[in-house]
Write a protein that binds this ligand. Structure first.
Ligand SMILES: [Zn+2]
Length: 376
């Protein structure tokens, strides 16, 4: 199966080919590239443009504006959070090389560094080809053929092909487990069941599966960004396992791991907790994987930091103190409360949301409450 495509008109463009049956998902597609007649034949520029074609599938709203100018949403500042149509990232040619510039965050760099940040794996191939080019070897081929390259998936996003917990039979053990943890029925669709987590990780294209053990069923908790692109997922152990949570990042994503970004309203108070499952029980709530809630608080106008109830945990106390020094509103749990986190509170039949709302403090009151709480 041969697929003929030009890299120049921005997106996937089929030019010719008698045997060319075009199927996006078809594997083992051989991509054949050529340059239009009259195009400046600088090989350096040619390679840059070729790799821009490869990486374009990862760049939202990617389009070619003119001969040597391409436009898309900036992958670094994510462009505008409110306007999904904003695209202020540009790639342009200068002195036979491509460069990147964002007119929103003003970040500018060479295509070389741009590619390294956006797709490190592809960058390695690019460097190899560039290196060969400088020695004048790879350039001799009239038509470079890259058989190992996967078919581009323009517009397609990694999708989780598992059963949602909400789709399982009401007597299914995994569904019963989630209900036993008091997860509301109307939130069960946010979770999936991976009967074999190792295989699922492999199916999602992550190398991490090599470190995992087989036959380990887990609840899959997907992390999406504002545009509902999967950035990571966590697998929560369902059977006795030393490792309760395993977090897998999607290959192209290197930003902070925040759960619930696809559902949060940034203009209202945003409650920030540690665990994704805890976040389910609070309104307009996000969770950070790991416990440095301060790192993500800057993303929101009106964050309320909800730490676990662990006054003996020095790390948590340190982060709380820092949060207070930044002037955040924070939740300081009642001194007599035994439960360690939101899920615990819900599990003991209490209303976590109203307890939390009653214990939000800021400024001097918060300082005083905090000093008392950590000694309690
Ligand atoms: Zn930008």
């Amino acid at each position: 199966m041969y697929l003929y495509t030009s890299i120049f008109p921005g997106t996937f463009n089929i030019i010719a080919g008698p045997e060319a049956k075009v199927k996006h998902k078809q594997k083992n597609i051989l991509l054949v590239f050529w340059m239009p007649i009259g195009y400046n034949s600088s090989m350096a520029l040619y390679i840059d443009v070729k790799y821009l074609g490869f990486v374009s599938s990862a760049l939202p709203l990617f389009k070619r504006k003119s001969d040597n100018l391409w436009n898309f949403r900036c992958p670094f500042c994510k462009d505008s959070e409110k306007k999904a149509s904003k695209a202020r990232g540009y790639i342009y040619a200068r002195s036979q090389e491509l460069f990147f510039r964002c007119h929103n965050c003003q970040y500018g760099t060479t295509f070389y560094k741009f590619l390294a940040r956006v797709d490190p794996t592809l960058h390695k191939e690019y460097m190899q080809e560039k290196f060969l080019d400088s020695k004048g070897e790879a350039t001799k081929k009239e038509v470079p053929v890259i058989p190992q390259f996967k078919a581009p998936v323009f517009g397609l996003r990694p999708k989780i092909k598992l059963d949602k917990i909400s789709d399982l039979d009401s007597q299914h053990w995994a569904r019963k487990y989630m209900q036993g943890r008091m997860i509301p029925v109307d939130k069960l669709h946010l979770f999936y069941l991976a009967p074999d987590f190792k295989r699922f990780v492999e199916d999602m294209g992550s190398e991490k599966h090599k470190d995992l053990k087989p036959d380990d069923p887990r609840i899959v908790i997907p992390f999406y960004d504002e545009e509902h692109t999967l950035i990571a997922f966590q697998g929560r152990a369902l059977v006795d396992n030393k490792i309760r949570y395993i977090t897998i990042r999607m290959n192209s994503y290197s930003g902070p791991l925040i759960y619930g970004l696809d559902r949060v309203n940034k203009d209202s108070p945003v409650y920030v907790v540690e665990g994704p499952i805890d976040s389910i029980f609070l309104p307009n709530c996000i969770a950070v994987a790991g416990s440095d809630l301060n790192r993500v608080s800057a993303m929101f106008k009106n964050p309320v930091m909800v730490f676990d109830n662990e006054p003996r945990n020095k790390d948590i106390c340190k982060i709380m103190a820092l949060s207070l020094s930044k002037g955040h509103r924070i939740v300081i749990w009642p001194d007599d409360m035994k439960e360690k986190d939101i899920n615990d509170i819900v599990g003991s039949g209490k209303d976590a949301c109203s307890i939390m709302m009653d214990n939000i403090h800021s400024g001097l009151t918060a300082q005083a409450k905090f000093a008392f709480w950590r000694k309690a």
